[in-house]
Design a protein around this ligand. Structure first.
Ligand code: GAR
Length: 192
């Protein structure tokens, strides 16, 4: 990844599908002096994503792409990103799969946050599975996006202990809090 001179911030798009707490956290981070990125665009696969309100709140451009026809849509997104001179993509609770040709075009420039200690628990329902398996630890990972789901190179992880009293809700909350530290830390690690 390009080394920064401190003069220019990397033009970044954040992709979301839901609440957008990671998006909000990344926007706040992007406004700090130490942030190597500036968030210029928010993309969602659904107009119902609550996180889209942060586009209005923070005056950031937003766009919804319908994923019914995956291939065509991925192409439309690529064209749109190019038009907006986007150089870097952060997936933050984005629940659709990007085509391999899309990923190739942005090779090494798409990262994702996942609520587990990868390679453990790729895919969905990570906390349910960790509790069911009586794991001692849970956590979150930030990784590069490759064509294979949740399998790209890991950039950073944070680990937390699962207590006997933990429920799905308490564990989700604890992990999400860690995610909010991990995503900015990972971006700093990539660009510094
Ligand atoms: C986060 O826990 C994120 O790790 C997860 O969705 C949540 C989104 O929360 N992502 C995935 O499961 C991706 N496979 P947020 O909308 O509040 O940021």
């Amino acid at each position: 990844m390009e080394k920064l001179t401190g003069l220019r911030k990397i033009k970044t798009a954040v992709f979301i599908s839901g609440t957008g707490s990671n998006l909000k956290n990344l926007i706040k981070f992007s406004k700090t002096k130490k942030s190597p990125i500036v968030i210029d665009l928010i993309i969602s696969n659904t107009a119902l994503a609550k996180g889209l309100r942060y586009a209005d709140q923070f005056n950031i451009k937003k766009k919804v792409f319908n994923f019914k026809n995956n291939k065509i849509n991925n192409n439309n997104i690529l064209i749109y990103l190019k038009k907006n001179q986007i150089e870097f993509i952060c997936l933050a609770g984005f629940m659709k799969i990007l085509s391999s040709s899309f990923i190739k075009k942005f090779n090494g420039k798409i990262i994702n946050i996942h609520p587990s200690l990868l390679p453990r628990y790729k895919g969905l329902n990570t906390h349910e599975r960790a509790i069911k398996n009586k794991d001692k630890f849970a956590g979150c990972s930030v990784h590069y996006v490759s064509a294979k789901l949740d399998s790209g190179r890991i950039i950073m992880q944070k680990k937390i202990r699962i207590n006997a009293k933990d429920t799905l809700i308490s564990l989700s909350k604890k992990v999400l809090k860690k995610e909010h530290q991990l995503y900015p830390d990972s971006i700093l690690k990539i660009f510094n």
